[in-house]
Every structure is written in structure tokens, then in C-alpha cells.
Design a protein around this ligand. Structure first.
Ligand code: NAI
Length: 247
């Protein structure tokens, strides 16, 4: 056992699902490192809330679309300085629009942040975890990566790609006692979904057998389980947390 901090790294931990995941993993006993891209005051607020509850956390401004910055972050902040026990690839964006009218830059941006960014974190984390011969990686995908969704070709492609990445990484890293799983949220009440028109929300509710939207705590509970002692024999899986929307 080393004396280094036992870190859970959560990308996009400054609000929404990432914030709740960060708070839950801190309550589970990890020192949480969270990344964010803008609004440092929101990230500071999450750190303060974790500390108030008796946990430990640090926030880092780190754009998931910047591979060089991600590599530098691991070199400066993780390598030799922390036991990286958990990585949660949560940061994600939407740039919705029908495919025929989708701007190339909206396709590129979503793929870069939601898929390439996850790959960059996974690659760096796997080097550290590989040396440790232990680690848990949880990628936040989406129910629409499993089902497809009109108006979200870029987002669905990235999230479906993340499922393929999860399964491949699970196979590559199993020999080093690193598990890699995905959590696929359904329709969760956050800033991301607050932007949707009421009509779209009503149509979504029609498709959800449990007839209610999910909460970020539902996702945090699933991530906590996959990062915890009960999930050591689970790898390469996609855990749907979607009220039955996709089975
Ligand atoms: P949100 O928009 O409330 O929060 C996104 C987080 O990602 C923020 O902390 C933001 O700072 C961070 N972020 C965005 N771009 C970034 C970048 N380039 N670099 C670093 N951080 C960046 O989103 P929400 O709803 O909390 O979603 C979290 C994850 O869950 C995303 O991957 C999303 O695709 C996924 N998801 C959300 C669902 C929902 O219903 N809210 C459903 C299915 C999946």
C-alpha cells in the first residue's frame, strides 16, 4: 500500500451528473479530482461541498478535446503523485440537429469531446493503472448510443463508439486487473436536458416504462457500484439506468 492519495478522477465534474458522481465517490472515501472546461466558480463550489461533507477534492480546468493538455495533466498531477483507483469519463456535450443540416464543426466537436476525449483519458489512465495492476474505469455513454435518436447523429455515434471503446479496453486491460464498464443513462434531469422543449420531454416520458425522469443520483449509485468492491468481477458491460426505456 502506498501513501499516495487514492484518487477517483471524474471528467466534467462541475455540474449535473458529474457533480453528483464526484460527491458520491468522495463519500465512498476517494479523493476526487474533477475536471471542468468553463465556470471555475462552479467547480470550486463542488470542491467546497465535498470538503464540507468531510471529503477531499481538487478541481482542474482541462478541456477534454485537448489531448496534449490531458497528457500533460497525467504527467504533472497523477504520475508518481496519486494512486489512480477510478476514472469516470463523464464530460460530454450535445450539438443537436438533423443530419442533413448538421454542420461539420458540430459533428467534429461532439466526436472530439465525447469520444476522442474519453480515449485520451483512458489511454493515460491505463498506463498508470497498468503499473498499479488495479483500477476501475467507468464511461458514461447514453441510452441513445444504444437506440439511436433523430437529431443526434453526432452524439449517438460518439456514445455508441464509447461502448465499443469500453468493450475493447475491457479486453485489453483485464490481464492487469483493470475493469472497464459503461453506464448508459436514460433521460436524466440536468442542465443538458433542461434545454429540451416540453413536447420532446413529453414524448420521451411516453417511452419510459417507469414513467418518470431519472435523477443524477441514480447514475452516481451505478458508478459507485462499478467502482466499488462488489463489482470486481464485472467488466465490459453496459449498465442501463433508464427507467426501462431500453432493454
Ligand atoms: P451537463 O451539461 O450538465 O454537464 C456536463 C459536464 O461536462 C460539465 O461539468 C461540463 O463542464 C463538462 N464538459 C463539457 N465539455 C467539456 C470539455 N470539453 N472538457 C471538459 N469538461 C467538459 O451534462 P450532464 O447531463 O450532467 O451529462 C453528463 C454525461 O452524461 C455526459 O457525458 C452526457 O452525454 C451523459 N448523459 C446525460 C444524459 C442526461 O439525460 N442528462 C443522458 C445520457 C447521457
Amino acid at each position: 500500500m502506498s501513501d499516495l492519495p487514492k484518487v477517483a478522477l471524474v471528467t466534467g465534474g462541475s455540474r449535473g451528473i458529474g457533480r453528483t458522481v464526484a460527491e458520491k465517490l468522495a463519500a465512498d472515501g476517494f479523493e476526487v479530482y474533477l475536471t471542468f472546461v468553463s465556470r471555475p466558480e462552479a467547480a470550486d463550489e463542488v470542491v467546497a461541498s465535498i470538503e464540507k461533507a468531510g471529503g477531499k477534492a481538487r478541481a482542474f480546468q482541462l478541456d477534454s478535446a485537448d489531448r496534449d493538455a490531458i497528457a500533460a495533466f497525467f504527467k504533472d498531477e497523477i504520475k508518481g503523485k496519486a494512486d489512480l483507483e477510478v476514472l469516470v469519463n463523464n464530460a460530454g456535450i450535445t450539438r443537436d440537429g438533423l443530419m442533413m443540416r448538421m454542420k461539420d464543426e458540430d459533428w467534429d466537436k461532439v466526436i472530439h469531446v465525447n469520444l476522442t476525449g474519453c480515449f485520451a483519458f483512458l489511454k493515460e489512465a491505463s498506463k498508470i493503472m497498468g503499473k498499479q495492476r488495479s483500477g476501475r474505469i467507468v464511461n458514461i455513454t447514453s441510452v441513445v448510443g444504444q437506440m439511436g435518436n433523430a437529431g443526434q447523429a453526432n452524439y449517438c455515434a460518439a456514445k455508441a463508439g464509447l461502448i465499443g471503446l469500453t468493450k475493447s479496453a475491457a479486453r485489453e486491460l483485464a490481464g492487469r486487473n483493470i475493469t472497464v464498464n459503461a453506464v448508459a443513462p436514460g433521460f436524466i434531469e440536468t442542465d443538458m436536458t433542461a434545454e429540451l422543449p416540453e413536447k420532446v420531454v413529453e414524448a420521451m416520458l411516453e417511452q419510459i416504462p417507469l414513467k418518470t425522469l431519472g435523477q443524477s443520483g441514480d447514475i452516481a449509485a451505478a458508478v459507485s457500484f462499478l467502482a466499488g468492491p462488489g463489482a470486481g468481477y464485472i467488466t465490459g458491460q453496459v449498465l442501463g439506468v433508464n427507467g426501462g426505456m431500453y432493454m
